[in-house]
Design a protein. Structure first.
Length: 84
Protein backbone atom coordinates (compact mmCIF):
# COMPACT_ATOMS: atom_id res chain seq x y z
CA UNK A 1 0.00 0.00 0.00
CA UNK A 2 2.81 2.39 0.88
CA UNK A 3 4.55 1.47 -2.37
CA UNK A 4 1.50 2.50 -4.40
CA UNK A 5 1.26 5.83 -2.58
CA UNK A 6 4.98 6.47 -3.10
CA UNK A 7 4.69 5.60 -6.80
CA UNK A 8 1.70 7.92 -7.21
CA UNK A 9 3.63 10.72 -5.49
CA UNK A 10 6.65 10.19 -7.77
CA UNK A 11 4.44 10.37 -10.85
CA UNK A 12 2.77 13.51 -9.51
CA UNK A 13 6.15 15.18 -8.89
CA UNK A 14 7.33 14.27 -12.42
CA UNK A 15 4.17 15.75 -13.90
CA UNK A 16 4.59 18.93 -11.84
CA UNK A 17 8.19 19.26 -13.02
CA UNK A 18 7.12 18.74 -16.64
CA UNK A 19 4.37 21.39 -16.32
CA UNK A 20 6.84 23.83 -14.77
CA UNK A 21 9.19 23.24 -17.70
CA UNK A 22 6.36 23.89 -20.15
CA UNK A 23 5.52 27.16 -18.39
CA UNK A 24 9.14 28.31 -18.67
CA UNK A 25 9.69 27.06 -22.21
CA UNK A 26 6.64 26.69 -24.44
CA UNK A 27 8.68 24.98 -27.14
CA UNK A 28 9.32 22.05 -24.80
CA UNK A 29 5.60 21.26 -24.82
CA UNK A 30 5.44 21.21 -28.62
CA UNK A 31 8.62 19.15 -28.87
CA UNK A 32 7.08 16.53 -26.60
CA UNK A 33 3.58 16.47 -28.07
CA UNK A 34 4.09 17.92 -31.55
CA UNK A 35 4.86 14.71 -33.39
CA UNK A 36 3.12 13.96 -36.66
CA UNK A 37 0.32 11.40 -36.49
CA UNK A 38 0.84 7.93 -37.86
CA UNK A 39 0.33 7.75 -41.65
CA UNK A 40 -2.42 5.17 -41.21
CA UNK A 41 -4.49 7.60 -39.12
CA UNK A 42 -3.92 10.38 -41.66
CA UNK A 43 -4.96 8.12 -44.53
CA UNK A 44 -8.03 6.89 -42.64
CA UNK A 45 -9.08 10.46 -41.80
CA UNK A 46 -8.70 11.53 -45.43
CA UNK A 47 -10.69 8.50 -46.60
CA UNK A 48 -13.52 9.26 -44.17
CA UNK A 49 -13.53 12.91 -45.22
CA UNK A 50 -13.68 11.98 -48.91
CA UNK A 51 -16.43 9.42 -48.31
CA UNK A 52 -18.52 11.93 -46.36
CA UNK A 53 -18.11 14.54 -49.11
CA UNK A 54 -19.14 11.93 -51.69
CA UNK A 55 -22.26 11.02 -49.70
CA UNK A 56 -23.26 14.67 -49.37
CA UNK A 57 -23.01 15.32 -53.12
CA UNK A 58 -24.69 12.03 -54.09
CA UNK A 59 -28.15 13.61 -53.78
CA UNK A 60 -27.31 16.17 -56.45
CA UNK A 61 -26.60 13.46 -59.01
CA UNK A 62 -30.26 12.65 -59.71
CA UNK A 63 -31.13 11.85 -63.32
CA UNK A 64 -33.71 14.68 -63.58
CA UNK A 65 -31.33 17.56 -62.81
CA UNK A 66 -31.34 18.71 -66.44
CA UNK A 67 -35.14 19.19 -66.34
CA UNK A 68 -36.22 22.84 -66.37
CA UNK A 69 -38.55 24.35 -63.78
CA UNK A 70 -40.92 25.47 -66.57
CA UNK A 71 -41.47 22.19 -68.41
CA UNK A 72 -45.16 22.24 -67.58
CA UNK A 73 -47.86 24.75 -68.61
CA UNK A 74 -48.16 26.36 -65.17
CA UNK A 75 -44.84 28.24 -65.27
CA UNK A 76 -44.09 30.71 -62.52
CA UNK A 77 -42.49 34.08 -63.18
CA UNK A 78 -39.42 33.39 -61.13
CA UNK A 79 -38.54 30.21 -63.02
CA UNK A 80 -39.19 31.91 -66.35
CA UNK A 81 -36.84 34.70 -65.33
CA UNK A 82 -34.17 32.16 -64.44
CA UNK A 83 -34.29 30.68 -67.97
CA UNK A 84 -33.37 33.99 -69.65
Amino acid sequence: MIDCIALARIIELENDARHALWRRNEDAFYQEYGRDPWPLFTWLGNALDTGYAWLKTKKADRPDTDRSACDSDDCCGQAACARI
